[in-house]
Ligand binder design. Structure first.
Ligand SMILES: [Zn+2]
Length: 324
């Protein structure tokens, strides 16, 4: 019997999650362990192996049943070399040979990919993008992540810096500073963090009445709820956020003209009303044909997109080999 089971591992700053996925993208089992990056990279590499072993055991399988492994991590990274370089979310790791280590321990074909790119491949494979030929993913969370799939392949770039959609420039006249240290990036306007920051700035700047004034522990969720309840300041922030995302989306429509643009991450809890606002602005900003034809929708895999996409990367690795 041909082995067609894959393991995907998604390494995040707080926790890592591995899942066993079959050839049709069905998740058989998954396991999650805390990353605890502060224990150092030797510990981290061993923790990755432990998470993989646990997922395989939970699926009632042995490592012999697995055809390939895919590992997704946050950047910065050198994808062809299989290295994490200097990841801000995994301090103090540096120059970690992730792919070589996993390959050595398990003796299986091992793929390595950026986490946002992997999530895009996961959504493309069995999530929102199943029927698409090409797809762009924006992940709206603490930051803004991105992934581009064209013809079934991840656009990772020649220097592992492709599809950094959160850092496309959308405002250069009076730009806000981004988490990356640069200026005018989409992430500085449309991440959950940016929604909170823009709200606090608006509260500081004006006498405008708002139910949010004096709110402790303000979150993007609270701002969106206040907008739904009719708070004018919150309403303006949400409207502007939709506009900024429409600017980013329009840029992608004009650069690659994809079948579909998918929005994932915690902020999609804002719901269809928010998506409709983005759609409305894209119709105003973009060329009429892509504005009309490109589908804009929400992601469907949630946080599992990362490990499912990592498994898809492993699957592509052995599919390429067997068809070569
Ligand atoms: Zn940036």
């Amino acid at each position: 019997m041909t082995k067609r089971m894959f393991v995907g591992l998604d390494v995040g700053g707080t926790s890592m999650k591995a899942g066993v996925v079959d050839d049709a993208g069905r998740v058989l089992a998954s396991a999650s362990l805390p990353t605890e990056a502060h224990h150092g990279q030797e510990f981290g590499l061993e923790r990755m192996c432990e998470t993989i072993r646990q997922a395989v055991a939970d699926a009632g399988l042995k490592m012999d049943d697995i055809a390939a492994i895919g590992v997704a991590t946050p950047g910065t990274m050198d994808i062809p070399a299989g290295l994490i370089l200097d990841p801000p979310n995994l301090r103090p790791w540096q120059n970690v040979p992730v792919r070589a280590h996993i390959h050595k321990v398990f003796g299986l074909p091992t793929a390595f990919q950026n986490d946002a790119n992997a999530a895009a491949l996961g959504e493309f494979w069995i999530g929102a993008g199943t029927d698409a030929h090409s797809m762009v993913l924006f992940t709206l969370g603490t930051g803004v992540g991105g992934g581009i799939i064209i013809g079934g392949m991840v656009v990772q770039g020649e220097h592992s810096h492709g599809a950094e959609l959160g850092h496309m420039k959308i405002e250069m006249t009076r730009p806000r500073q981004c988490g990356c240290g640069r200026w005018g990036c989409l992430e500085a306007y449309a991440s959950a963090t940016a929604v909170v920051k823009r709200t606090l700035d608006a509260l500081d700047a004006g006498e405008e009445k708002s139910s949010l004034r004096g709110t402790r522990d303000l979150t993007a969720h609270v701002v969106f709820d206040a907008a739904d309840a009719g708070d004018a300041l919150a309403e303006r922030i949400v409207e502007e956020t939709a506009y900024y995302l429409a600017v980013g989306t329009t840029n992608m429509l004009h650069i690659i003209d994809p079948d579909m643009v998918v929005f994932g991450g915690g902020m999609i809890a804002a719901g269809d009303h928010f998506l409709n606002r983005i759609r409305k602005h894209v119709k105003e900003l973009a060329f009429p044909v892509p504005a009309e034809k490109t589908q804009l929708c929400f992601a469907t895999l949630g946080v599992d997109a990362g490990f499912i996409g990592a498994a898809a990367c492993g699957r592509q690795l052995v599919s390429e080999r067997s068809s070569a």
